[in-house]
Design a protein around this ligand. Structure first.
Ligand SMILES: NC(=O)c1ccc[n+]([C@@H]2O[C@H](COP(=O)([O-])OP(=O)(O)OC[C@H]3O[C@@H](n4cnc5c(N)ncnc54)[C@H](OP(=O)(O)O)[C@@H]3O)[C@@H](O)[C@H]2O)c1
Length: 221
């Protein structure tokens, strides 16, 4: 089993931490306000979870998930993540989250920003195209007929293999879309980003299972 560091422990981070703990992984959680503010979450998650600073979580993780508001990406510690596999869940979604002029001012497209900051880490985009409530409920055992696929993209094959193993352990198939730049195909506003939403795009409706074949269709739409 793996130790997973979390930089960011909000809606998506805490949901993924729950799934990871249930799958037998250890998790080290962090946020911007300090470990003491994560006490309740750690208690709910149980003995496989502990709270730390972002630097400690980055250092502790075999795999590290960065799941913070994208405007804070420059605050992610670089040194402890050197050489590591980093999962990037970050989206820039002006429609749902409001505009961030400081992100729009950077010439790099939003889906590549974290890798430009973590130049010496192996960044894999994953868990960025599923609403956290749907992530909590759509996981299924291997070979279940309604198991969903989640897209991943990254430039390092071994890193993607590690991330795919984590995704499998929490109840999903990983669908490799290609190099990191291809993650634009499941960025906000694309059909693939809305794959699990009901046809009206209502977030409070139950999530819909999405097979690899469905996902492939949406990715090329
Ligand atoms: N929510 C979803 O369903 C979903 C789905 C796909 C992708 N995403 C993407 O995933 C990311 C996280 O979304 P979310 O909904 O989980 O956000 P959220 O609920 O607002 O949580 C953000 C977390 O990041 C922490 N944080 C903020 N600045 C930080 C910093 N400089 N260093 C360390 N931690 C920091 C926050 O800690 P404090 O509270 O202490 O500031 C909080 O724990 C976003 O980029 C979003 O676009 C979200």
């Amino acid at each position: 089993m793996t130790t997973i560091g979390f930089i960011g422990s909000g809606n998506l981070g805490s949901t993924l931490a729950r799934l990871a703990v249930d799958a037998g992984h250890d998790v080290v959680l962090s946020n911007s306000r300090g470990p003491h503010t994560l006490r309740n979450l750690v208690m709910r998650l149980g003995p496989r979870a502990r709270a730390a600073t972002p630097v400690e979580a980055a250092a502790a993780g075999d795999l590290v998930v960065v799941t913070i508001p994208i405007r804070a990406y420059r605050q992610v510690p670089t040194e402890p993540l050197r050489g590591k596999v980093v999962i990037d869940t970050l989206n820039y979604d002006p429609v749902r989250q409001g505009r961030a002029p400081e992100i729009e001012a950077v010439p790099t497209p939003a889906h590549l920003l974290l890798q430009t900051h973590l130049t010496e880490s192996h960044v894999v985009k994953a868990f960025s195209s599923i609403f956290f409530r749907h992530l909590a409920t759509l996981g299924r055992p291997t070979d279940a007929p309604d198991r969903s696929a989640l897209p991943i993209a990254g430039d390092d094959t071994d890193a993607k293999r590690e991330v795919a193993a984590l995704i499998d352990s929490v109840g999903y198939d990983a669908y490799d879309v290609g190099p990191l730049d291809e993650s634009r195909r499941f960025a906000p506003g694309t059909p693939a980003q809305h794959a699990h939403l009901d046809p009206d795009g209502m977030l409070d409706a139950p999530g819909r299972p999405v097979s690899a074949a469905d996902l492939a269709r949406l990715l090329s739409a």
